[in-house]
Write a protein that binds this ligand. Structure first.
Ligand code: C5P
Length: 289
């Protein structure tokens, strides 16, 4: 059996409305998510026992033991053929772009391919993390419930820059600091004619976690301001519970130039650029045809 490679793209919440809270404390969300060409990579090699190595520019502090979501995800398949998994970490941890969730989802896909079975699904997957189900098939989707109710959405590719100021923000702390947990859901999602049309709609939606995250980590406001000041920037917002923010730009060229300027001016910040949209394996196969 040859090695299996799986891509774990960054997840971006283009909008995120907090619409309520469940009895168990989890919050009800209404969110539009898309995926970035930036991401982590997993390589699974058949082995006698499960093992994990973590390397790459963002690997510092990421555990290689059983507490890593990648090994927790693989364990859902029970006894049987095992893999030595290599995780190449390119996304900053705890940063609102679903790095850990996307890694777990990629491990679920990789192990399913290794075993020749369907990827795990259901409550056990949600238990790994509320964002894991949406990362299993990384296509644009409206997500409801705590993140596990998915409806696919067709989006035009959105030229973007992602920026993280290298401040870790605690997701539970952000939810706890919310002024209101009972906000209006997103507007109905129309069929978008083009990226400008989609960005116009997004401008009327929100990330309800943004004010609380900015209060906990004021540098997020700096990131949003720096993105907004770049030529060709049409919309800025935070993703998830932060601290990663995104800017949507009028073209891929404007986004690339903006990222270069921003990285030069802020060498300590992590950044990436590229069109947000569909990063599923089906879309990747279509692109290489
Ligand atoms: O599911 P995940 O591990 O990503 O969630 C981390 C924490 O974020 C949860 O323990 C919970 O405090 C908070 N959370 C929430 N509502 C959600 C998702 C996460 O309150 N829908």
């Amino acid at each position: 059996m040859p090695e299996i490679e799986v891509f774990a793209p960054a997840k971006v919440n283009l909008a995120l409305h907090v619409t309520g809270q469940r009895a168990d404390g989890y919050h009800l969300l209404d969110s539009l998510v898309a995926f970035a060409p930036a991401g982590d990579r997993l390589r699974l090699a058949p082995a006698d026992a499960m093992a994990l190595t973590v390397r790459g520019p963002e690997s510092r502090g990421v555990p290689e033991g059983p507490e890593n979501l990648v090994l927790k995800a693989a364990a859902l398949y029970g006894p049987g053929p095992a893999a030595a998994i290599h995780l190449q970490k390119c996304l900053p941890a705890a940063s609102g772009i679903g790095g850990g969730s996307s890694d777990a989802a990629a491990a679920l896909r990789g192990m399913a391919a290794l075993r020749g079975v369907a990827p795990a699904a259901g409550a056990a997957v949600v238990k790994l993390g509320a964002d894991v189900p949406m990362c299993l098939d990384p296509r644009p989707a409206r997500t409801r419930g705590i993140g596990e109710e998915l409806s696919p959405v067709t989006l035009p590719p959105l030229p973007s820059v992602l920026v993280n100021p290298r401040v870790e923000v605690s997701t539970p702390a952000v939810f706890k600091a919310l002024a209101s947990k009972d906000n209006a859901p997103m507007d109905e999602i129309p069929a978008f004619a083009n990226a400008a049309d989609c960005i116009g709609w997004l401008a009327r939606q929100r990330n309800d976690l943004q004010p609380a995250a900015v209060a906990l980590a004021p540098v997020i406001a700096e990131v949003l301001g720096a993105l907004e000041a770049l030529p060709g920037c049409l919309l800025v917002r935070m993703s998830g519970s932060g601290a990663t923010c995104f800017g949507l730009f009028e073209s891929d060229e404007a986004a690339a130039a903006a990222q270069a300027r921003l990285a030069a001016a802020n060498p300590g910040w992590w950044s990436a650029h590229g069109p947000l949209g569909d990063q599923s394996e089906a879309a990747a196969a279509r692109r290489t045809l």
